[in-house]
Design a binder for this molecule. Structure first.
Ligand SMILES: [Zn+2]
Length: 285
């Protein structure tokens, strides 16, 4: 099986109890508000979009780790000629398993990370990362379009006074957008489905799932408070649409056909894509 047989669309299942992406969650609350909307009301039926920037950085970091575990260096996400505020840190990154972005480029060939993410010399990356649309109403979630069930809340954090006589009076109030009980999937579209891309995606998702409680591999803010611990898995690309939907239906179990496809994926397909990844990383050196 070549990568092209599987088409361009791949889905990563994402589950998180709490996700805080700064203030960049886009909500559709304006539809329902009519000026008297209370973002803390649990009855709100608002949904929104989780932009893909943070998700993309999270995935990329996982992929960089995989490349490094294969004994190679990964492309640094920052331009080498950028005026980094922390120049010493950039240099230290280069010592710790990275090469300068773009130095891998040679006769129109680049390392697998640059190939996927692009961004050097205006090169487009070959993986398009879509935002995740979420909704609290499960019946309205179309998983086949990379959507998720998720509950938007606006959280308040108070920084309180430490003076005894103030009685923990708030000094400052901070509001953050949060998505709770997220369960759905993230759609990735390859502009060109190379077998090594699939191998890298599968290995990175596995890595991120294994290290989901590591501070470095949690996603977004509030990580000290358990935010951004992501249960993730690549959804079997061999599934047909009805099988794909079955993954998210708590009333259904995997059918015999699905179990057979899981076996086929794990034992026949994935090893080939992993081999393609190993060969690509070797060729990139
Ligand atoms: Zn590179």
């Amino acid at each position: 099986m070549s990568g092209e047989d599987l088409g361009a669309d791949f889905f990563v299942r994402l589950r998180a109890d709490l996700l805080i992406i700064g203030d960049s969650v886009l909500t559709d609350r304006h539809h329902a508000s009519n000026g008297n909307y209370d973002p803390r009301d649990p009855q709100n039926q608002i949904g929104g979009l989780i932009p893909s920037f943070s998700l993309s950085g999270w995935l990329r970091h996982g992929m960089e780790r995989v490349v490094q575990e294969h004994g190679a260096t990964a492309c640094h996400p920052g331009e080498s000629n950028a005026n980094f505020k922390k120049d010493g840190v950039y240099t230290r990154d280069l010592d710790a398993g990275y090469h300068e972005k773009g130095t891998c480029l040679d006769n129109d060939k680049e390392c697998v990370i640059l190939d996927l993410f692009g961004g050097f010399d205006d090169r487009p990356g070959k993986v398009m990362r879509r935002p995740v649309k979420f909704s609290p109403v499960r019946s309205g979630v179309d998983y086949t379009r990379g959507q998720a069930e998720g509950h938007y809340r606006r959280l308040n954090r108070n920084i309180v006074s430490r003076n005894e006589e103030d009685g923990r009076q708030p000094l400052r109030n901070l509001e953050v957008d949060a998505v709770a009980n997220l369960d759905g999937c993230w759609q990735l579209v390859f502009r060109e489905t190379k077998p090594e891309f699939i191998g890298l995606l599968a290995e990175a998702v596995e890595y991120l799932d294994t290290y989901q409680t590591d501070f470095m591999h949690q996603l977004g803010g509030a990580r000290n408070f358990g935010g951004g611990i992501i249960d993730c898995a690549l959804i079997n690309p061999l599934y047909e649409t009805h099988e794909f939907r079955c993954v998210f239906d708590r009333s259904k179990r995997a059918t015999t056909a699905m179990q057979a496809k899981d076996k086929e994926w794990a034992e026949e397909c994935l090893p080939k894509f992993r081999t393609a990844l190993r060969e690509r990383i070797e060729a990139d050196r």
